[in-house]
Write a protein that binds this ligand. Sequence first.
Ligand code: PEP
Ligand code: MG
Length: 597
Amino acid sequence: MNRVRDRKPQEDLQGAAAAPGVAIGPAVCLRGHGVEVLRVPIRNSGLDREVARFGAAVRSVEAELEATESRIAETFGSDLASIFHAHSVILRDSSFARRIDRMIRSDRVNAEWAVQAVADDLGEKFAQVKSQHLRERGEDLRDVTRYLLRALAGKRSSPGVGEDFDRNVVVVSHELTPDEVLRLGRRGAVGFAIEVGGANSHTAIVARALDVPLVTGIVEITNRVADDDPVIVDGEEGRLTLHPTPETLDEYRRLRRRRRRNEEALSTAARDLPARTVDGAEVELLANVELPDELDDVQRFGAAGIGLYRSEFLYLEKSPELPSEEEHVAVLRELLETLSPQPVVVRTLDLGGGKVASGLVPQDEENPVLGQRGIRLTMAREDVFRVQLRALFRAAPFGSLRIMAPMVTAVEEIRALRVLCDEVCAELEAEGAEHRRDVELGAMVEVPAAVMIARQLAAEVDFLSIGTNDLIQYTLAVDRTNEYVADLYQPLHPAVLTMIQLVVEAGRRQRVPVALCGEMAASPECVPLMLGLGLRQLSMSPRGIPRVKDVVRSLDVCDAEELARRCVAASTAEEVGALLAAFGATAVHTRTRVHTG
Ligand code: PEP
Ligand code: MG
């Protein structure tokens, strides 16, 4: 199809802001096919590789089916095993594989798309025949298709995201998983625009970590944008501009330069100033980190250490392989040595519930966020978890390490973790491997159950950290990634504030420090409330630190405490919002007076 790009009128598509910044570039559309298969255009030079990738997937499914068939035959007899034999027959039918090969080449598409399209076509034919036997072959075909898609995903954990990818493109898709954003961002995508997913999703968090702008909630996006369409992503305003006029392009280029200069100025001004309130309360502003590349930002924006290292991103990056013990040690050592003596809080892998690394996370859960995620998954996969724990204790001598468990709901989980840590250390001891045993152990509080037993938890750990992203989700029963209920995801809901208050109180009683590491920590409007509730450690994306520090330095704790009392007593999130806005306006006024003397 010939497009006369320059003549198309400019269109502004409004969505929601999810990762700030401005991206300008040609669009690449990953089109949804069924639920999970995306159509990715493949360049001529990448076609052989794509066909080879499909061949490798066929061979791996063949081997898997053969093994399953003989295992089942041994245990249950040949009748049951014949099901798997039927699957092998379909797979070996050379016309099936040939059609897929042909489609990859003729349509220049990724293997996943071709597999699904050929299977859909054959499936329709099977469905129309009268013979029961042939209809059953249709079901076998669906199974084989699933195996193939899984194997293709296993070869590269994000289905549909081809290797053969231009740099400096804006990726447009119905939705993207966190690992897809990670891989695409690593390969040079400069912006993302998607239809589905909230600003608090891990997808958005990864985009922010990569410093790649993301807008979400743009309706029907893949039907409105075509490959190579010139687009602008404005991650601050939550807007995608399609076919921008030269004037709009100029305007955005200027805006991008201005924003970068402002950010630079803010970080330079704030970096060496203490995060201390007007009346002398010290506040620790720490960084949330997903990727070791962010270390520069941690230092540039003046963080007092890392309050949350989301270690699962190493697994997402390496998937389908698991990171080795040595790889873990190398990453941890770099973080610890670079920041020493500042603290580095490493959260043990928090996979599951949307963060999927192939082979590790169950794929068939009805409600993954209520399923095997966080500490539940690691306890179920002790073999995998031990590798990470060994690496943590081996890396500990290189700095000030703290270990933190995610998704804790019961004291038993912490006790089981301690037992495992002891076993791992004993093992290292026996091997004569250098390590450090006296590492502080903490729990994330991100589920109402953990809030309600915060006192008992605090008695078992060295520190607590409130993960408001999930705490809001689980308290308000609002999926943090679901844009249909995005307006119900209310950080200022009085229930959430009371939860925070309860945890801070429990920590105070047990003399255990309590941090807050959800996205809320980076909201300048919320900072007075959080200090007023008694928090003195806030962990956020490094870029958020200068603004938050600015607010901390303008506050008086007594005023903040009075504000917190009124907020907790309020009936609705709206009332809390109004109280914060009024306080903010007064504070800005006061700040202006202070600065002008
Ligand atoms: C949280 O839930 O607030 C949190 C910090 O963890 P994550 O966003 O990775 O789930
Ligand atoms: Mg969480």
